[in-house]
Design a protein around this ligand. Structure first.
Ligand code: RNT
Ligand code: ZN
Length: 431
């Protein structure tokens, strides 16, 4: 691609003209494009901080370790501290349309200079920089306890460990993290999402599958029984199919957490990279929503053994967004990104994934769902199929461009030169 062609201005009146035509095409199917743009922009996307530094954290580690997850690649310029991470995120936010939240892990704590705080002793004050930033920028925060990249996780077990010392450490960490999430909620005047994902599992066939699950269930009961100020925290539990080094058995499996979330009436986290590649994740939404209060969606992309590639505008993503829309469930589903690619410019990684998610939400909101359902009700499934096929070639790009224009973010691929400039001026200076 030639630089010049990327940089060339797209004239606003051309975008408006194309939008005018698209608007009519959608109106003919009973869909308001203005309304879809408004609704899409109002949906908050929780952007994961950890793409900005390859899940390294601020505890002095060189890289992510353990937990069955990997951030591969060594593209220059990763953020090395809170100030850099916040600056990078702020810059990425200027390229991503619509409402945003920011999602932290516990190891992004910033204790006073030179001080180290053990994860079981973390306090809200260690996140005071994050909280004041959040307030100033009006970006609400979400939170995750971190059960990996830590010597206490070396056995491959944390909350489900049979070693009382290990289990106690992670229980204390979990309780500390819920207090921190609740302090975020207090600070921002709305609940912070608090998501529990543990890596616990076994490389080879375990003899005892039940024991760790019993211990995990008890641990979760203990953690969640601590009551915190109402309206400050939303709890979710995240399942996984397998990880590197936990190929044979994962304690926190889908069945485990589905049962747990339903029984305890907490949110269930569905990470798109945590299922068998042939599973149709979009189908789970309407099933799960009948039994749990809500879903935390981790938008990601599974690829072979990896669960964390940058989210693309794939059928999987589009199907998931469509299903949320068809179920009328935007108020019960929290939308979050979760991937980490250290082999490409990290700001571009954030931007590509977040723009794709916003794009897929817009596309879903533009679907003439009522017509589809009506055809189905009348038993005219050929009409339903015809409409579904027609939707694929409606003038959607013109509406997307208009959305970007409305949100004052670069249209089309015009965000790339900004990333290049930031890389030259800021990222490339980080050695
Ligand atoms: C890992 C889970 C989890 C992590 C983050 C870093 O497989 O998806 O959500 O990606 O917590
Ligand atoms: Zn996840």
């Amino acid at each position: 691609m030639k630089e010049e062609s990327i940089k060339k201005e797209i004239k606003t009146d051309k975008i408006e003209e194309a939008y005018g035509i698209a608007k009519e095409a959608y109106a003919a199917l009973g869909v308001s494009t203005d309304k879809a743009i408004r609704e899409s922009l109002a949906l908050p996307l929780s952007i994961h901080c950890w793409q900005g530094d390859d899940v390294t954290g601020f505890e002095g580690a060189d890289a992510l370790s353990g937990g069955g997850i990997l951030a591969t690649g060594n593209y220059p310029g990763r953020a090395r501290n809170g100030d850099e991470l916040r600056a990078d995120a702020e810059f990425a936010f200027t390229l991503i349309p619509g409402k945003k939240r920011f999602n932290l892990h516990s190891f992004y704590a910033e204790p006073a200079a030179g001080k180290k705080v053990s994860r079981d002793k973390l306090e809200p004050e260690h996140f005071s920089k994050w909280m004041s930033w959040s307030k100033k920028k009006k970006i609400p925060l979400d939170f995750n306890p971190s059960y990996f990249s830590h010597p206490m996780a070396d056995s491959g077990y944390t909350l489900a460990s049979a070693d009382p010392r290990v289990r106690k450490f992670w229980l204390d960490h979990s309780k500390a993290c819920r207090r921190i999430a609740s302090a975020f909620g207090e600070n921002q005047g709305s609940p912070a999402m608090h998501d529990i994902w543990i890596p616990d599992g076994s490389k080879d066939y375990p003899a005892d599958r039940m024991g760790p699950r019993e211990r995990l269930k008890d641990a979760l009961d203990e953690i969640l029984s601590v009551s915190l100020p109402k309206g400050t925290i939303t709890d979710a539990v995240e399942s996984k199919l397998f990880g590197i080094g936990s190929e044979s058995y994962v304690t926190g499996s889908y069945d485990f957490y589905m049962g747990y979330a339903a029984q305890r009436q907490i949110k269930l986290c569905l990470d798109m990279g945590h299922f068998h590649p042939t599973e149709f994740i979009a189908d789970k939404i309407s099933a799960v929503l009948l039994f749990v209060p809500g879903i935390l969606f981790h938008f990601s992309r599974g690829l072979r053994w990896d669960s964390d590639h940058v989210t693309t505008f794939s059928d999987d993503l589009r199907d998931a967004c469509r299903e949320i829309k068809r179920a009328g469930a935007f108020d019960r589903i929290d939308l979050a990104l979760d991937y980490f690619d250290a082999s490409i410019n990290r700001i571009a990684a954030w931007t590509i994934g977040a723009r794709n998610l916003r794009k897929a939400l817009l596309e879903a909101l533009l679907e003439p769902t009522r017509l589809l359902v009506d055809a189905e009700k009348r038993g005219k499934n050929h009409e339903r199929l015809a409409l579904m096929e027609e939707c694929k070639t409606l003038p959607f790009p013109a509406v997307w461009d208009k959305l970007c224009l409305t949100a004052r973010v670069p249209v089309s691929i015009r965000w790339l030169p900004a990333v290049k400039e930031y890389e030259q001026k800021v990222l490339s200076r980080r050695k």
